[in-house]
Design a binder for this molecule. Structure first.
Ligand code: GLU
Length: 485
């Protein structure tokens, strides 16, 4: 096999979809296994849906995941430009060639006329699709009938017979797709549609395998016709299953926050855990001997054994509980300094006051206790906030700082004030002596009020260590502030 060249071709229409990462991962798994190249192409021909900041988000999120490309708009390459809006001159001659050969024709129908046509087709229970009113007519002939625009679009003329409606898919084997109608390939604004641009670019960029979502299966017959008419060699096709929610509905950016790739960054998932999670979807474990229990594996494990035949086409379920579990596993496996630096970065992202030393000291206390960096940042928040911003959770206060809690604080405060040495051990023995020995309380009842006063919550990192990190003055200040009456 010659070195494969694969591509991912996202459209910059907003926050990148998690499917872009999913496609990139499988493209790259195959490419790295066989020593080929991976191309990032920006398909920005839909000007109505174009969003300027989307392209940068695509770069940022894919790089964050480590899914890096060998060629692309930002890194260049032998087939530049890799942004379709910069390739308009490339597409035009192919359109002219198709028109000259009778495979494509001009269409002047206005949007209103097309809507009316569809309405009538529906009312008469006819199959919907372009009725070829413009076919074989000059502009003047057509304009005489009304319902026209001046600048035409160009449509493919789908032959009556010999349309390639079946093809072999690398994942699915033989696939059938519906017969297409006369698809627009060049729009009135001079931009090609996806269908023309994708075929021309995949050919010119030497793409050997087209890997994309299953929603494109129904478009493949159009693409196969274009390959045939233009005399291009057809690439291999692999249509990945759509990701689904646990209720089997499709993941959509409108309904699922988790459809947005940036959501995973915001929520503090580790990129390597998200990659592992995506690799498990519809694929399962790579089954190498050096993997841990089969479900936890690196990209290197994944690509070393990559095989299309292992992709399962039954809609993989996007189970975020599973991702949380995986992310927790990855967090616990990090070296402490690595976890600390990621927590520092995440605390900055969520706008907590910067104190690298405090986060580094507290990181080992939370590493075992959190599933995401968001949870981690939340757990160390009480150590970082300015004293003026520190608040005690109302429910926690109601539970722990009532009458019996006040009795605890009345003894705890002077016991801690007497300490000269503010260390975990000293704090621990002072409180144990005062509250457990002195007041005869069970540890749970003894430390609950202290925890709530100092951390603001009923659940926190280990108390004595936290108090050491927080420091004497701040800890005592909070305890005194919790004393009422
Ligand atoms: N631009 C298309 C998309 O956004 C790419 C489809 C393909 O990979 O052919 O999904």
């Amino acid at each position: 096999m010659t070195a494969p060249r694969l591509r991912v071709a996202p459209s910059p229409t907003g926050d990148p979809h998690v499917g872009t990462a999913y496609m990139s991962l499988f493209n790259l798994g195959f490419v790295r296994r066989h020593g080929g190249q991976f191309v990032l192409r920006i398909e920005d021909t839909d000007r109505a849906r174009f969003q300027a900041d989307s392209e940068q988000q695509i770069y940022d999120t894919l790089r964050w995941l480590g899914l890096t490309w060998d060629e692309g708009p930002d890194v260049g390459g032998p087939y530049a430009p890799y942004r379709q809006s910069e390739r308009l001159d490339t597409y035009r001659p192919f359109v002219d060639q198709l028109i000259a050969a009778g495979h494509a024709y001009f269409c002047w129908c206005s949007t209103e006329r097309l809507a009316e046509m569809r309405e009538q087709q529906r009312a008469n229970k006819l199959p919907t699709g372009y009725d070829r009113l413009c076919l074989g007519k000059t502009y003047e002939e057509r304009a005489a009938l009304g319902g026209t625009i001046e600048t035409p679009v160009v449509r493919m003329l789908i032959p009556d017979d010999d349309v390639p409606t079946t093809f072999v898919d690398l994942i699915r084997g033989e696939v059938s797709a519906p017969r297409p109608d006369d698809q627009v390939i060049l729009k009135a604004d001079g931009f090609p549609t996806y269908h023309l641009a994708v075929v021309v670019d995949d050919h010119l960029m030497g793409i050997t395998h087209v890997v994309r979502g299953e929603e494109w299966i129904s478009s493949t017959p159009k693409h196969l016709l274009l390959y045939r008419w233009l005399g291009f060699e057809t690439p291999g096709f692999a249509h990945m299953p759509l990701l689904r929610n646990t209720d089997k509905s499709k993941i959509s950016k409108r309904k699922n926050p988790a459809a947005r790739l940036t959501w995973f960054v915001e929520q503090g998932y580790l990129p390597e855990a998200l990659l592992n999670f995506l690799a498990l979807l519809g694929y399962g474990q790579p089954g190498t001997e050096d993997t841990d229990g089969g479900e936890i594996f690196s990209f290197a494990d994944f690509s070393a054994t990559f095989d299309w035949s292992r992709v399962n086409t039954v809609g993989p379920v996007f189970d975020l509980a599973k991702l949380d579990w995986l992310n927790g596993q990855y967090i616990r496996a990090l070296a402490p300094e690595d976890f600390a630096s990621r927590l520092i970065a995440h605390a900055a992202r969520v706008g907590l006051p910067k104190d690298d030393a405090v986060i580094t000291a507290a990181a080992p206390l939370v590493q075992e206790r959190v599933a995401t960096l968001v949870q981690g940042a939340d757990m160390v928040r009480f150590l970082l906030v300015d004293e003026a911003d520190f608040t005690v959770d109302e429910a926690a206060a109601a539970k722990q700082l009532g009458e019996s809690g006040q009795a605890v604080l009345a003894v705890a405060v002077p016991a801690l004030e007497a300490l000269t040495d503010w260390t975990t051990d000293a704090i621990s023995s002072a409180l144990e002596q005062a509250l457990v020995t002195g007041l005869g309380l069970k540890p749970r009842n003894a430390y609950g009020p202290v925890r709530v006063a100092v951390t603001g919550r009923t659940v926190s990192p280990p108390l004595f260590e936290s108090m050491e990190i927080l420091g004497r003055e701040r800890s005592l200040g909070r305890l005194r502030a919790a004393v009422t009456g």
